[in-house]
Design a protein around this ligand. Structure first.
Ligand code: DP6
Length: 358
């Protein structure tokens, strides 16, 4: 076959994840090593996900990438680190049907075209970079026949965006901060798979799909530089919360799960306020949603719904079961009737095969 004629490609779909014990702050900005462990839940990939197609051909003269149809630069160190790490682990590939054979050594010379699409607002505090880098690393690993397990791949995705390492697994996932300088032990591990606690229903109340003013990356850098509360959180609070959250997940103990999730989200936003200059990710609607959930949980005697907010105003609401989720949706629609910029969408956790090859 004429060398220029072939294109070999792989498409993958990866969900985003929502932290219930948050990652906020790096001890190494280049390798993306965090100041504390974190725990997240991976969402159903059919709702909030990134779909990425990676292609290789001798006809391509340079690496190129398109995000949601628009070409973006791959020159940044995060992309370059992921591409270098994956290329360094590439294996031989053979597609007999198409008559394609790529040897390990060829990957250094061949160029890639990457097309990625998010089915949810990019950079609006819905962890788009998590799904994006996890999907990039996963699809490239498939394309290049990389023989590494998900934890090893998570250490590569981490170098694209910290939270991305947790999207390599479904269910409940812990990102261990690690202690080695090279970051080789700063990896994600699955705590429980997606079937373990499939009563839970996650509703995301999209309060605003506008891009956030302060990115997570610069926000956490400013917090590390200026917030004393962040030091206390990383050293004293999170190390105690992590085993408590692991226990709550293991025992499907919703009361502890909800108390820990809400407290951790509130402390993360308190750290943002403690940063100089202060960072405001939540808005009035976010605060009203918190009040609604707190009042409801108090009136029921035990928590029915947990809330958590990432670096944006959108609420992630985790209901203990479907019945509660239906009541919650009714309450949200009553108190926050959808306007043009307010949209309520529901996402169900459970029954998800996480990393799909399309
Ligand atoms: C609030 O992973 O987006 O969502 O590592 O700089 O790319 P970088 O940051 P990113 O930060 C996520 C912060 C968070 C909490 C979390 O997901 O744990």
């Amino acid at each position: 076959m004429a060398a220029e004629k072939w294109v070999y490609m792989v498409t993958a779909q990866t969900p985003t994840n929502i932290a219930v014990i948050k990652y906020w702050g790096k001890r190494d900005e280049v390798r993306i090593l965090p100041v504390n462990d974190s725990i997240s839940v991976t969402l159903d990939p059919d709702h909030l996900c990134t779909v990425t197609t990676v292609a290789v051909s001798p006809a391509f003269d340079r690496d190129r990438m398109w995000l949601n149809g628009k070409e973006i630069s791959l020159s940044g160190s995060r992309y370059q680190n992921c591409l270098r790490e994956i290329r360094g682990r590439a294996g031989d590939v053979e597609d007999k049907e198409k008559g394609i054979r790529i040897e390990k050594k060829d990957w250094e010379k061949l160029h890639l075209h990457i097309a990625s699409h998010n089915n949810f607002p990019t950079a609006a505090g819905l962890a788009s970079s998590a799904a994006g880098f996890a999907c990039l690393v996963f699809s490239l690993a498939k394309l290049m026949n990389v023989d590494e397990d998900s934890s090893h791949l998570s250490a590569i995705a981490r170098q694209g965006s910290g939270s991305a390492c947790r999207s390599l697994f479904g269910g409940f996932v812990k990102w261990t901060m690690g202690s080695k300088g090279d970051g080789s032990d700063s990896v994600a591990v699955q705590l429980a798979d997606e079937k373990h606690w499939d009563d839970l229903v996650i509703i995301i109340a999209v309060v605003s799909s506008q891009q956030k003013e302060t990115s997570s990356t610069s926000g956490m850098r400013e917090s590390v530089e200026t917030s004393l509360l962040l030091q206390h959180r990383a050293k004293e609070v999170v190390p105690k919360r992590i085993p408590q959250m692991e226990e709550a997940i293991k025992n499907r103990d919703f009361t502890s799960f909800a108390q820990l999730s809400c407290a951790d989200s509130n402390q993360f936003h308190a750290v943002c306020l403690d940063t100089s200059p202060p960072i405001f990710y939540m808005n009035d609607t976010s605060h009203r949603i918190i009040s609604l959930v707190e009042k409801w949980n108090r009136s029921e005697g035990t928590p029915q719904v947990a809330y958590t907010f990432d670096a944006g105003p959108n609420a992630v609401l985790i209901s203990r079961n479907r019945k509660v989720a239906v009541q919650l949706l009714q309450g949200l629609l009553y108190y926050f009737p959808p306007k043009s910029d307010t949209d309520m969408r529901s996402y169900v956790v459970g029954d998800h095969s996480i990393l799909k090859e399309a």
